[in-house]
Design a protein around this ligand. Structure first.
Ligand SMILES: [Zn+2]
Ligand SMILES: [Zn+2]
Length: 452
C-alpha cells in the first residue's frame, strides 16, 4: 500500500489520506483545518493531479474529516463517495453549515478564497454520496483493480466508522476517530480483532494519561453537580461542545439528571446547528438504530435557541445553561462570545467536556490560572479569569492505553500514525517500538509518499 498524508500541517487538521492499493486509488476523508483559514485550511491536493480516483471513503461527519469534500470532488467528477448510513443522513447538513460559516467569515474578515464551495455545489455532489450499512463487506470494482471494504462502528459520534479494506490476501485497517467506551447515546467501537498488514490509527490522546477514578459515570455526576452549584449561586454555565455528537450527548445526560430530580431548574440553551443535528439524530435512531436519541429529550428539557443578542464581555441577559459550539471555543462562535461574558465573574462556570487543542481559546482558558488576565482578542475583551473552569473526562476519543492495546493485539506489519499533535504521535511511536519491535511505525511527513 502506498500512502500520502494530504493534511498539509500534520497534527489534527485537514484529515485526508491518499492511498494506493495495487492499482486502486482511494482517498479517506477530506477535512478542513479548524484553526486555519482560506485555501490553506484544506488538504493539499497536488499529489492527486493526473490521478483518477476510484473511491472516496468518509469515516465520519466532523468537519476536520469532511469540510473540504466538495473541493476534492471538483477535480474528480466521477468518483463515488461512501460512508455509513447515519453519516449519509448527516453530511449534507454539516457541509451546508460549513458553507455558511465560510461565507460569514468572508464578510467579517475578508477571507478572499472563502467560501471554498457553495450550497449549489453541495447539492450537485449530493447524488454521488452513498450510505452503506455497518459491518457488511462490499466488493468495489475500480478502473483497473478491485477492493473489498467493511465499515465497522467506531463509537466517537453517530455514524463514525473504522474502515477495513481487503485487497488480494492483504488486510488494511483505518481506525478513523474512535472511542471504545459506551457513551450515553452511542455504543462503543466494535473493531475487528484480526491481524492486519497495515493499521492506520488516530493518536489524539497520546499525551493524556488515564486518570484513575475518572470513570465516565463519575464525571457525569460531577458535571451535574457543578451545574447545580453554579445555578444556585446565581451564575450561568457554559459547556462548549461540538454541534455534532457532543451536544446531544450532554443533553441526554442532562435529561437523565432531570428525570431523577438531580438537575436544578434553569433555562437550557443550544446553538441552531446542534438543534438541527438533534432532529437528524432522531431520524437516524428511527431508521438505523445507530444512536439512542429522541427529539423528546430536547422537548422535555425545553431547550431553546441560544440568544443572538449576547454582548461580548457583558453578562448574558438570561442566566442559564448554555450548551453551545464550538467545543474548542474558537473565535466567532457562540461559545467564544459567551466565554468572554462569563470569564470575569466567580459565580459563573465554564465546563469543558471534550478535547481542546492547546492553541485554541479553549486551550488557553484551561491553561490560564484563576486571577490571571485573559484576552478575547476577536471581540476586544480583556478580563481577569475568575469564573470556575472545570474539565470533565467525557472525551469522544479512546484513551492512549486502549488504543495501544488494540494496535498491539492486531500485530500489524506496519502502523501509520495520524490525527494527533507531534507529542501525542511521539508517545505512540515510542510505545509501539517497545511492544512491537518488528513493526514498522510511520509518522508520515505531509505530502511524502510511504510504502507500508
Ligand atoms: Zn471526529
Ligand atoms: Zn477528527
Amino acid at each position: 500500500m502506498k500512502l500520502i498524508d494530504l493534511n498539509r500541517d500534520g497534527g489534527i487538521g485537514a484529515n485526508s489520506l491518499y492511498v494506493q492499493i495495487g492499482d486502486f486509488h482511494l482517498v479517506i476523508d477530506s477535512g478542513l483545518h479548524p484553526k486555519k483559514s482560506g485555501r490553506q485550511a484544506a488538504p493539499d491536493l497536488r499529489p492527486l493531479q493526473g490521478v483518477k480516483l476510484d473511491l472516496v471513503i468518509i469515516t465520519h461527519c466532523h468537519l476536520d474529516h469532511i469540510g473540504s469534500l466538495p473541493l476534492l470532488l471538483r477535480d474528480q467528477p466521477d468518483v463515488p463517495v461512501v460512508m455509513t448510513q447515519p453519516s449519509r443522513m448527516l453530511i449534507e447538513r454539516m457541509l451546508h453549515n460549513s458553507a455558511n460559516v465560510m461565507t460569514r467569515e468572508r464578510e467579517e474578515k475578508g477571507t478572499a478564497d472563502y467560501p471554498l464551495f457553495t450550497h449549489e455545489e453541495i447539492d450537485r455532489v449530493a447524488p454521488r454520496l452513498h450510505g452503506h450499512p455497518f459491518s457488511h463487506a462490499k466488493k468495489f470494482p475500480g478502473a483497473r483493480d478491485d477492493i473489498e471494504f467493511i465499515l465497522h462502528p467506531a463509537g466517537h459520534i453517530p455514524g463514525a466508522a473504522g474502515v477495513e479494506i481487503h485487497h488480494k490476501n492483504r488486510r488494511f485497517f483505518f481506525t478513523g476517530d474512535v472511542l471504545f467506551n459506551v457513551q450515553r447515546i452511542l455504543a462503543g467501537a466494535m473493531f475487528p480483532t484480526a491481524r492486519f498488514d497495515t493499521l492506520v490509527m488516530e493518536t489524539t490522546r497520546g499525551v493524556t494519561e488515564r486518570t484513575p477514578g475518572q470513570a465516565r459515570s463519575h464525571e457525569m455526576i460531577r458535571l451535574v453537580d457543578t451545574i447545580n452549584a453554579t445555578i444556585q449561586r446565581g451564575g450561568s454555565v457554559l459547556i462548549p461542545v461540538f454541534a455534532l455528537g457532543r451536544m446531544q450527548e450532554i443533553m441526554a445526560i442532562l435529561h437523565d439528571a432531570r428525570k431523577f430530580n438531580k438537575l436544578v431548574e434553569a433555562p437550557i440553551f443550544a446553538s441552531g446547528l446542534g438543534l438541527d443535528i438533534a432532529d437528524l439524530f432522531d431520524q437516524v435512531a428511527r431508521k438505523t438504530g445507530a444512536v439512542h436519541f429522541t427529539r423528546t429529550i430536547l422537548k422535555d428539557l425545553k431547550v431553546r435557541k441560544s440568544p443572538r443578542d449576547l454582548v461580548p464581555g457583558k453578562e448574558p441577559p438570561q442566566p442559564g445553561i448554555y450548551v453551545v459550539s464550538s467545543g474548542m471555543v474558537v473565535e466567532n462562535t457562540p461559545s467564544y462570545t459567551l466565554a468572554s461574558c462569563l470569564a470575569a465573574q466567580p459565580k459563573h462556570s465554564i465546563c469543558f467536556v471534550g478535547y481542546c487543542d492547546p492553541d485554541t481559546p479553549g486551550g488557553r482558558i484551561l491553561a490560564t490560572a484563576r486571577g490571571d488576565s485573559i484576552l478575547f482578542d476577536a471581540v476586544n475583551v480583556k478580563v481577569k479569569l475568575r469564573c470556575q473552569v472545570e474539565k470533565f473526562e467525557l472525551s469522544g476519543h479512546a484513551d492512549r492505553d486502549e488504543l495501544l492495546e488494540y494496535a498491539v493485539q492486531s500485530h500489524p506489519r506496519s502502523i501509520v500514525l495520524t490525527h494527533g499533535d507531534p507529542p501525542a504521535r511521539a508517545w505512540f511511536a515510542e510505545q509501539l517500538k517497545q511492544q512491537l519491535p518488528r513493526t514498522k511505525v510511520v509518522d508520515p511527513v505531509p505530502l511524502q509518499q510511504y510504502q507500508v
